[in-house]
Design a protein around this ligand. Structure first.
Ligand SMILES: [Zn+2]
Length: 337
């Protein structure tokens, strides 16, 4: 078994770690703070440090603890990448929200009240421990990277078509992010024009710090019994192609058929109840058509969720019940370019 090296948060520097490990592959644990049970809250790191300096790609999975496709895709990428063939480094964080990952939940139980890690950026050193984690990750990892891939998915309750999001602002950083997003080869390209630091999203804060970034979403519990390996392979292929875009690997970038370009909006329920989806992934829907019928525990209809515009279904809640004021559908409108 590979030796797992221990690092301390107090004197950690990503660039120093890469320098000190030139020409090597490593498994590491960065110890952040002690938990009540005496164990450390950690960031696991899979590092491939090339023999020569170059760009650094940072890829993270399980920012939301139940989205495991990214974790497995990062492990496979690390396993298949040799330090002798790359310039620069690949830094894989298989489970950024490690305690949430271990408890099979979106959120970690370490905070006094649950904090969504992907709504907590830029984080706060003085906040709850998940706010601290967000701040530490931004300062010590994201800002040190040349580019970032953050991996998400449907987790325990959602279905999501493979979709890759990039900040679409027309800047140089945005153009690089678009190139990375296209290299992912996913079904949908999500043009995110709505950048606001108050949303607390990791990718937007990376972008605001001048780092090209994409968020790739794939898989979920609802399809893992059939498509788990396919999702992992698609992530691995996507990350590898981004590595080529960044010239960490010298091979030519694989080009894919242009995916469907969309703007995405979440559609919410008013009431809770038993949720019966009426439209499936990639179905084209006209304004006013029924997306979901919600009934009470006696089977009486309490709400019909209608499409607010013409569009295409990219994701939806697959859990049998829905909470009031909760998102039920993710609908795209095509970007005409
Ligand atoms: Zn997520």
């Amino acid at each position: 078994m590979e030796k797992i090296l221990q690092l301390s948060a107090a004197d950690f520097s990503l660039k120093k770690l890469i320098e000190e490990n030139r020409g090597n592959k490593r498994q590491l644990e960065l110890n952040l703070v002690r938990k009540a049970n005496g164990e450390w809250m950690k960031i696991p790191i899979l590092l491939v440090s090339g023999t020569e300096p170059g760009n650094i790609l940072l890829a993270d999975g399980c920012c939301h603890g139940d989205e495991y496709e990214g974790t497995e895709g990062i492990i496979e990428t690390w396993r298949n990448l040799g330090p002798e063939s790359i310039k620069g480094a690949f830094v894989g964080i298989p489970a950024l929200n490690l305690d949430a990952y271990g408890s099979m939940n979106r959120y970690s139980g370490n905070d006094f009240v649950p904090v969504d890690l992907n709504r907590a950026f830029p984080g706060n050193e003085q906040g709850y421990v998940t706010d601290y984690l967000a701040n530490y990750y931004l300062e010590h990892f994201i800002k040190e990277a040349s580019a970032v891939v953050t991996l998400h998915g449907g987790g325990n309750t959602l279905f999501l078509s493979p979709v890759v999001c990039f900040p679409d602002t027309g800047t140089e950083v945005s153009r690089k992010a678009k190139e990375m997003a296209e290299a992912f080869g996913f079904d949908f390209l999500w043009h995110d024009e709505d950048i606001d630091p108050a949303f607390g999203l990791m990718d937007q804060h990376a972008y605001l710090n001048g780092i090209p970034v994409v968020t790739a979403e794939i898989g979920g519990q609802c399809i893992r019994h059939r498509e788990r390996e396919e999702c992992i392979q698609r992530i691995q292929r996507g990350i590898l192609n981004v590595i080529k875009v960044l010239e960490i690997l010298g091979d030519p970038v694989q080009s894919f058929e242009q995916p469907c370009s969309v703007h995405l909006k979440y559609i919410y329920s008013t009431h809770g109840g038993i949720h019966k989806p009426q439209k499936r992934d990639k179905e084209r829907v006209k304004k006013g058509e029924t997306l979901s019928i919600i009934t009470d525990v006696f089977g009486n209809e309490v709400e019909r969720i209608k499409a607010p515009y013409d569009g295409i279904v990219v994701g939806y809640l697959v859990y049998s019940i829905v909470n009031p004021k909760s998102w039920v559908y993710l609908m795209g409108t095509e970007v005409k370019k």
